[in-house]
Design a protein around this ligand. Structure first.
Ligand code: ADP
Length: 850
């Protein structure tokens, strides 16, 4: 047996091999030692008395799922080796075979709001290919990405637990990806690619033109198919997308804006997703996350979503009905997957039925509501066109599946009475047998006069008549055959009982077999509805997201955003997550206003006053608007942004061993290199991680660069006061500040944004708020005053770093030219005179240059 084991194990070196032995799955050797620890089970050994006992541990077969889950959730793989023959009927070694490999990326978990993606990353001659699938929903996507930064962003949002490579990326690239989140690295073998069913592959990828993308899909599908030992029947056609067709946010931006998890806790709580997500179904939850990950950039598409949201905002009762009914809809996508992978049980089919029963009610409610106002019809067309009730499926499950069905499909009690005549026949026979047994007990008691005589059953000995030892003498000689001896009683069998036992057991066996067969038939019939069920699931998901956004928008009094290429105006806007945390009445709303002339807002104000909240607020509002949600403001006019970049001080800047300042510069560089006129840039306290002059110089240079290169909208917060004078030289830059006042020497934050620069930095006040010792604060105040005095003297001697050095830089000839130009009286001059003057000016300059 160990030989057999070793042979198998050699094929699955990176998986725990669960080796079926009777009612247990056993693990041996290193696997056993490691698994015993991870699963907290007892490590024993085989051949205990030999010189080299083999470490071993095991888990009971009926509880195996829990153990698999524990291992897979920790990033491990599990290979299941089953017995392929009945050990009772086999002489010698039982044949065993690995029938399934469960890996972190292919694990079918149950109805939660998260996708479980497995992806491949390949590196064709240019750029990268990213392909991924969630086998619990059957979707497959692929995209080609030109640069590593974008790959990081896409990869970061997938949260794939497993990545399949045919060739690994460079060490550096692998390290960066592993730093974004950890994943299991898997390799696809040439052999596995050859095993892939070509016909199915071609069909699933017929919409994909790019050969590199096809190759990446091949890697992915070959690997997944090899773990399942079959093609995934519920795979939907692979879909290509372009990252540039969505609002682009790099990895830093998504993280900094806390879209799906809080930076501090790395939990969903505290994120925009957590705030937004009140979806009723698992597929709605997953779709909402996809909308948030990929906001739109095409106005008509955004407006279509907003129209739907608005419609449901205004339809309170319809919304309630929809919510109520959606609560009864289980995870259709995953149920379909389970049907197709033959992993569905009878109770899950009942869940499917229950889900499908909600659909006609939802449909009817929507249709009635449309009939009140036919104009509403077209808005709902995209959702309604695929939302079809499937009464045939409901009817089939209703007739076939027992409402109290057994969890296991192989042990009977799954199929309803009346569904199948043959099964009913077996059941009658069984029923008859049970009655016969009851009568037998009565008769035997009368015949023998033993009141305590019982007819019973046990697995090993079958049916028996039990008589206590004290009563044995009352039994008729020769009629009862002894079967089993207990301490106080003896068990017997009679020829009639033996005959009935045979009949009962046969009926039982046949009925269980029949039930299983019937279940498989039902499952197969349901599988033939796969495409329609998947369409239905997707329309339910959309409806759920729309009702969810409508609910949020109404509850929080959001407004519908309007789009204007040139203008940005938010009246009384709020940060949705902060507002929810501190309470609506505590949050101070603010306007954010950038007219056509303004592209940069320079925000000053004391620490903790709300600068960074203000900036994030704009980022979140832009994202919400473009995903099709109303926004937290009284009025909202926004351009449609193509990209959002952030440089926002995060707590965990220590990525991949980079220093804080390096990360800061990398993020800033991303923005500077990749921004366009339609981008939004949020820069919080740039240049803080280095010495003051260094920092100011960099910050100013960045502002000037952005000012002269892009019309992108920039929010730039700083505590370098000196930067505010840039307003005089950069016409598209405007100063604003977050207000604070002093009351009795204490600082009071107003959280209100005003025009113009802040009048001072308040650093010492904040230190005071933090509770620093009084003497230290007095000291700091004195030092500050000294420094300010010195600085003022220096400034008069030295050129200020921040004011453009104008006149003194010109040479005398330039000065002369300027003077001449200044004195020209153009209104009293003929064209010829003007020409002559121009020529003399030019001569002057030429003379200088020669
Ligand atoms: P800064 O970036 O200026 O240091 P933050 O934006 O981090 O300040 O804000 C500090 C704290 O002030 C936040 O945690 C929040 O609780 C509070 N805050 C910020 N903006 C507002 C606001 N508009 N209304 C009420 N409280 C606010």
């Amino acid at each position: 047996m160990m030989k057999q084991y070793h042979k198998m194990k050699a094929n699955y070196p990176d998986a725990f091999l669960f080796f079926r032995l009777g009612d247990f799955y056993e693990l041996f050797e290193e696997d056993a030692e490691k698994a015993a620890q991870l699963l907290e089970i007892t490590l024993t050994s085989r051949n205990k008395n030999s010189k080299n006992p083999i470490p071993m541990c095991g888990v009971p077969h009926h509880a195996v799922d829990e153990y698999i889950k524990t291992l897979v959730n920790q990033g491990y793989k599990v290979a299941i080796a089953e017995q392929m023959e009945d050990p009772k009927l086999t002489k010698g070694m039982v044949k065993r075979q690995v029938i399934r490999v469960i890996t972190p990326g292919t694990y079918l978990s149950n109805g939660n709001k998260e996708n479980n993606f497995i992806c491949t990353i390949s590196k064709p001659s240019r750029g990268y290919c990213l392909a991924y699938t969630d086998i619990s929903t059957g979707e497959i996507k692929v995209t080609k990405i030109s640069d590593f930064e974008t790959l990081q962003a896409e990869f970061g949002q997938l949260q794939a637990k497993e990545v399949v490579f045919s060739e690994l990326l460079s060490d550096k690239e692998m390290e960066i990806l592993q730093n974004i989140h950890s994943f299991t690295v898997s390799q696809v073998l040439q052999m596995q690619k050859q095993d892939l069913k070509d016909e199915t592959f071609q069909k699933l990828t017929e919409d994909i033109e790019d050969l590199d993308e096809k190759e990446a899909l091949k890697d992915l599908m070959a690997y997944v198919a090899s773990t399942q030992f079959q093609m995934i029947d519920h795979w939907q056609k692979a879909v290509n997308y372009e990252v540039s067709h969505y609002l682009h946010m790099d990895y830093f931006a998504k993280k900094n804006l806390e879209l799906t998890e809080s930076i501090r806790t790395q939990q969903k709580k505290g994120s925009l997703l957590h705030f937004l997500d009140h979806t009723q179904t698992a597929m709605g939850g997953r779709l909402l996350r996809q909308w948030l990950d990929r906001p739109l950039i095409i106005q008509s598409q955004i407006e279509q979503r907003l129209d739907q949201v608005e419609a449901l905002m205004n339809a309170f009762f319809l919304r309630r009905t929809i919510q109520e009914k959606l609560k009864g809809v289980y995870d259709l996508e995953r149920l379909v997957a389970k049907v197709s992978m033959k992993q569905v049980n009878a109770r899950e089919l009942l869940q499917l039925k229950h889900s499908l029963e909600q659909v006609p009610i939802i449909l009817q409610a929507i249709q009635e509501w449309i009939s009140e106002e036919p104009m509403r019809g077209p808005i709902w067309q995209p959702i309604l066109s695929t939302m079809k009730a499937l009464p045939e499926v409901v009817d089939l499950i209703d007739r076939a599946i027992d409402p109290n069905a057994n969890l296991l499909i192989t042990e009977g009690s799954v199929i309803r009475d009346g569904f199948d005549e043959v099964l009913d026949g077996y059941r009658q026979a069984l029923q008859h047998g049970t009655e016969w047994l009851a009568t037998l007990q009565q008769e035997e008691r009368q015949k023998t006069g033993i009141k305590s005589l019982k007819v019973g059953y046990n697995k090993v000995f079958g049916y028996y008549i039990e008589v206590t030892k004290a009563n044995l003498h009352l039994l008729e000689e020769g009629r009862y055959e002894r079967k089993q001896t207990l301490t106080n009683a003896e068990r017997f069998i009679t020829p009639e009982l033996k005959e009935m036992e045979y009949k009962i057991l046969e009926a039982q066996e046949k009925s269980v077999e029949r039930e299983y067969q019937l279940f498989v038939d039902v499952r197969q019939k349901i599988q033939s509805y796969q495409g329609r069920l998947q369409d239905l699931a997707s329309s339910i998901a959309q409806l759920d997201v729309v009702q969810n956004l409508a609910e949020i928008s109404e509850n929080h009094q959001f407004v519908r955003p309007q789009f204007d290429e040139k203008r940005l105006f938010l009246k009384n806007s709020r940060h949705p997550v902060v507002e929810e945390t501190i309470g609506r009445d505590q949050f101070v709303p603010n306007d954010i206003c950038m007219d056509e002339q303004t592209s940069i807002l320079l925000i000053t104000g004391p620490n903790m006053s709300g600068k960074s909240t203000y900036m994030r607020q704009l980022g979140l509002i832009a994202i919400m608007a473009q995903m099709g949600c109303f926004v937290p403001a009284d009025q909202a006019v926004l351009p449609i942004f193509d990209r959002i970049f952030t440089r926002i001080g995060a707590t965990d800047d220590l990525q991949a061993g980079q220093s804080t300042f390096m990360v800061e510069m990398m993020e800033a560089n991303q923005a500077i290199q990749h921004a366009t006129d339609r981008s939004l840039l949020l820069f919080d306290e740039i240049g803080r991680g280095t010495s003051t002059y260094d920092g100011i110089a960099l910050a100013q240079a960045i502002l000037e660069y952005l000012h002269s290169h892009y019309q992108a909208k920039v929010l730039f917060s700083t505590h370098y006061h000196e930067l505010t004078s840039l307003e005089t030289t950069l016409p598209h830059l405007k100063n604003i500040h977050v207000g604070a006042t002093e009351q009795d020497g204490d600082l009071v934050f107003l959280h209100k944004v005003f025009e113009g620069p802040a009048d001072k930095s308040y650093g010492i006040h904040v230190a005071k708020l933090a509770g620093m010792p009084r003497s230290l604060l007095v000291d700091a105040q004195n030092i500050l005053e000294e420094l300010e005095e010195e600085n003022a003297q220096e400034e008069t001697q030295q050129m200020s770093l921040f004011v453009q050095e104008e006149p003194s830089k010109r040479n005398p000839v330039e000065e002369e030219v300027l003077d001449q130009l200044d004195q020209l009286d153009l209104n009293n001059m003929t064209p010829i005179q003007a020409f002559e003057n121009l020529k003399s000016i030019q001569d002057l300059l030429k003379g200088e240059s020669s």
